[in-house]
Write a protein that binds this ligand. Structure first.
Ligand SMILES: [Zn+2]
Length: 254
């Protein structure tokens, strides 16, 4: 049985600050839906992970609102854990390579997921997801149990994201940086294609050669790090108190 520690070690405290910054960044990217949606991050080697609490919106999240919860769905979790906790547990269970998960109801990905459109490389963003974005259609309801959550993980497969039809999206990454940046990327890819779909006479897309080149250069690890650094700086400009978030200001796990 998993035990969540009473106090978080410094590595988890640092990650908790990053999760809170990621939440604020998602808010700036239009991912707010009251207090719904979550961002989570796995701590290497630990049997618990960090997730935005149930009652906190992306736009108001602080490190204290990011709580530690068990990876094991059978272990008791904090009453502040979000109802869609199983979604995150199922993705971490299925994908050892994934260290962060964003689930949101962002409008353009949600509307795109309601359609039968295939994501096309209209923009750089679309190039990242072309051919690796499936839809979860088992239910459009909130993901409340492990059986349904494992269905989401199956729809995700080895891909960086999945659309939850009439619900939202799930974006994953090997770090909180990757998951956050690509949650922005997916929303923008869906938005730009939905705009392009309105053009009478159709539209052009990037060639397969360009798609490969874009994935290698525009979305390589160094680039993703620079986009994350931009996101952090944007959040700090919007909310000046973020600069005072430091390791040790609070170590309580929940
Ligand atoms: Zn949801």
């Amino acid at each position: 049985m998993t035990a969540v520690p009473e106090t978080l070690p410094p590595i988890a405290q640092r990650l908790r600050i990053q999760v809170a910054i990621a939440a604020r960044s998602l808010s700036l990217g239009g991912h707010d839906d009251f207090n719904q949606g979550q961002v989570s991050a796995r701590i290497p080697g630990a049997d618990y992970f960090l997730i935005k609490s149930a009652v906190t919106g992306f736009d108001e999240c602080t490190p204290e609102d990011v709580i530690a919860v068990p990876l094991d769905h059978k272990a008791p979790a904090s009453p502040m854990a979000p109802p869609e906790l199983p979604l995150h547990q199922a993705v971490y269970e299925a994908r050892p390579d994934v260290h962060a998960v964003v689930h949101s109801h962002s409008p353009y990905a949600l509307v795109f997921g309601a359609s039968n459109l295939e994501l096309r490389p209209v923009s750089h963003d679309g190039a990242y997801f072309e051919g690796c974005l499936e839809r979860f259609t088992m239910t459009s309801n909130t993901i409340l149990d492990m059986e349904t959550a494992r269905g989401v993980a199956r729809a995700l497969g080895g891909n960086p994201a999945a659309l939850l039809r009439n619900h939202g999206s799930v974006v994953v990454g090997k770090s909180i940086r990757h998951a956050t940046v690509h949650a922005h990327t997916l929303e923008r890819a869906c938005r730009l294609q939905l705009i392009a779909e309105q053009i009478p006479g159709g539209y052009h897309t990037s060639t397969p050669t360009d798609v490969m080149a874009k994935r290698e250069f525009i979305y390589d690890d160094l680039s993703v790090r620079s986009y994350w650094d931009y996101c952090v700086s944007q959040v700090r400009r919007r909310w000046t108190e973020v600069s005072s978030w430091t390791v040790g200001s609070s170590s309580r796990a929940a």
